[in-house]
Structure formats: structure tokens, C-alpha cells
Design a protein around this ligand. Sequence first.
Ligand code: NAD
Length: 259
Amino acid sequence: MRLHNQVALITGAGRGIGRAIAEHYAREGARVAVADLTLNSARDTVDAIEQAGGTAMALAMDVTNEQAVDQGVAAIVERWGQLDIALANAGIQHIDPVHKLAFSDWSKVMSVHLDGAFLVTRAALRQMYEQDGGTMLYMGSVHSVEASPLKAPYVAAKHGMLGLCRAVAKEGAEHGVRSNIICPGFVRTPLVDKQIPEQAKELGISEEDVISKVMLKNTVDGQFTTLEDVSELAVHLAAFPSAALTGQSIVVSHGWHMQ
Ligand code: NAD
């Protein structure tokens, strides 16, 4: 098992990509703190992990709430005595062209991704520096390195997370902390399913065309990236044995973006 004896925190892990990674980490031997907006949604994932024989705890943690994040990390350390992997995964999407975008929608997207990633990073690093090591991970996107129309706040926030990841790689090195960012293409989760009809309406095309002519147009094979693809990369990055791999963005997108 590649994550034996490790303790991991994953935000937004009640469903979607975060849940898939939480379950994969548990199968690899990690004890997983599953954080989401409500305790109930986090508990669904914890139940699934426990039914499969793994170890997990549920945390109600709005990542934009400083106190909730600090208290959540404190609860993990109190329960398990360490924090080895922290993945800032919680995220939202908003579809609108810039000229129609409400400031409140811009701020909300920026806050969940960027304030959330900062607060989780700060709380995790305080523990990781004390124990002389750990791994920070960020759920970026192809939109950390590419732009698309109608998604300005998401694109700006995901680019910002890439910057935070790199800054943490520089600062964390002397404390044994590595920092990397996962950049998936489109994965069929509630976040993506919600935006297909929204984009169809905004662009005046069918939902099938949103999938084939917008989302998957630039992939090499017209395929969605899967939850398994992303969770396998998340295990690999967490388990990597040295600081040779730090400050990196790894794109997993069927060739949509090549770097
Ligand atoms: P999802 O909507 O299925 O899950 C997101 C989770 O984040 C939900 O459980 C939600 O409750 C939680 N969340 C939202 N706001 C939160 C907050 N303030 N505090 C704590 N939790 C919060 O979405 P997903 O597709 O699984 O996305 C997960 C991450 O992956 C996001 O950062 C997203 O930007 C990124 N991503 C997704 C795709 C994709 O195609 N699905 C591609 C690239 C990157």
C-alpha cells in the first residue's frame, strides 16, 4: 500500500473528484479526513470508506471560513497526531461572460478556490513544519494553464492556485514539504453536469455539441478524463519519495493541454 501510515485531509470530498481520491487514499492505507460543507455529505464518503475496511473521519469545513479550517486541522491532529497530505480540492464553477459577471459571483469563485486553498495551506503547513515534512496538493485544472470563454473567475482562480502551489514548494522545501498541483481536463461530476446546459444556453448550441465541440474538442481522442485517472495521479503525487517532484503542475486531460 502506497500511503500506509499516512494521514490525509481532502476538502470538498463529499462527492465528485474529492470523494474518489478519498476512497483511493484509504485503499492505499491512509487515514483520511473527509471535509465538506456539511457533516452529512462528508459522512457519506466516510461510510463508504469504512464499509470497504478503511479509516476515515468526517469534518464539516467551509474552506472559506478561517475558524472552521483551523479547527478542522486541529481535530485531525488531535485524533491521529499528524497530518502528512493536504489536498485543497473544494471548488465551484460559474458560467458567464465577463461583461455580465456580477461582482458577487466573481468573489464567490475566487473565495472558494483561492481563500480556501490559502487557509487550508496555512493550517496544514503549521502542522507539517512542526513534524518536519508533508505534501501539499492542489486541485487545479487545465484552466490553471489555459483559458476558456465564460469562465473568467474560475480560470483566474485556478491560475492563482498554480502560483500558490509554486510559492509553497519554494518555502516548504527547507521543512520537507513538497507541493504539487493536479490539472484535470473535464471529468463527469456534478460540477460538470451542471455547466453543460448552462453553456448550451449561453452559446446557443445543443448539449451534445457542448460536450463534443467545446469540452472535448481539443482532446486527442474525444474522451472524458475519469475519476480513476485523477485519483491515481493524486496517489502518485502523494507517495512520490523525494523532493525531486515539487512545484509541478501535472495535466491529466487526454492531451487537451500539452506542456
Ligand atoms: P463537485 O461539485 O462534484 O464537488 C465539489 C465539492 O466541493 C462538493 O462536495 C461541494 O460541497 C464542495 N464545496 C464547494 N464549496 C465548498 C466550500 N466552500 N467548502 C468546502 N467544500 C466545498 O465538483 P468536482 O468536479 O468533484 O470538483 C472538485 C475539484 O476539481 C474542484 O476544485 C474543481 O474545480 C476541480 N476540477 C474539476 C474538473 C471536472 O471536470 N469535474 C476538472 C478540473 C478541475
